[in-house]
Design a protein around this ligand. Structure first.
Ligand code: PEP
Length: 247
């Protein structure tokens, strides 16, 4: 059975209180698109104000620490995110893997902490352009899935976001055939790791999704939603992507 699609925005280091009306407009669209799950990953400073401004709408963080508390300057625990109102957290985004040298083991520990605390973990994986050019994209990404996924992962607790690093913020996307090949490979990996439960985990595509390409990308086999960066910042850009996810 097809999984309900999830269209999640990743605001990265963007968003101030002045942007709450955009969040409210996106939350209103989420209500009118009830057959699609919609969510926004916000900077931590906006989580509580956004939850107050758009009650019931799925707001999440963009990273968490795996520890519950302690000497980790600048980090946030799962319980801190939950207290602010988050219902999910993005882990292992390629910008964090690159800028903060996060390994797949780090990502797995973060995802485990999120699962234990009841936050949906959106686990990001993706190859660099050099890895794709070398013909290694599928092996790199399936290895990231193996190493980043908690052994107890289940459909309601985690989603995978396949985000080719070279497609993020560049306006470039893989061909539909390449997306289909990668999502099929990730699905096969999930099933080999988790058995039948691997069918229940949503696999999102991310990387330069916009209104003009969303319908094609979102209706490729095993694409169960999208993780959207730049085009999620404005309701006028994001809402057509949500609409494109409808069957
Ligand atoms: C992202 O960073 O998660 C992303 C998909 O960005 P963009 O849509 O801007 O490529």
């Amino acid at each position: 059975m097809a999984l309900k699609k999830l269209v999640a925005g990743n605001w990265k280091m963007n968003g101030r209180l002045a942007d709450l009306p955009e969040i409210q407009a996106i939350a209103a669209a989420a209500i009118s698109h009830g057959d699609v799950d919609v969510a926004l990953g916000l900077p931590a400073t906006l989580i509580a104000p956004a939850c107050a401004a758009a009650p019931g709408f799925a707001i999440g963080g963009q990273d968490c620490h795996w520890a519950a508390s302690g000497a980790h300057t600048g980090c946030l625990s799962v319980d801190m995110l939950k207290e602010a109102g988050a219902s999910f957290v993005i882990v292992g985004h390629s910008e964090r893997r690159t800028d903060n040298h996060e390994t797949s083991l780090d990502v797995r520990q973060k995802a485990e902490a999120a699962m234990a605390g009841g936050l949906l973990a959106i686990i990001c994986v993706g190859e660099t352009e050099a890895q794709r050019d070398a013909g290694d994209a599928v092996s790199v990404v399936t290895e990231q899935v193996r190493a980043s996924l908690p052994v107890t992962a289940a459909g309601g607790a985690v989603a995978i976001a396949y985000e080719p690093v070279w497609a993020i913020g560049t306006g470039r996307t893989p061909s539909a055939a390449d997306v289909a090949e990668m999502h099929a490979a990730i699905r096969a990996e999930l099933k080999s790791l988790l058995g039948q439960e691997g069918e229940n985990i949503r696999i999102l595509y991310g990387g330069s999704v916009k209104a003009s390409n969303a319908a094609e990308l979102l209706h490729i086999a095993d694409v169960d939603g999208a993780l959207v960066g730049g085009a999620s910042l404005k309701a006028a850009d994001f809402i057509p992507i949500i609409s494109a996810a409808k069957r």
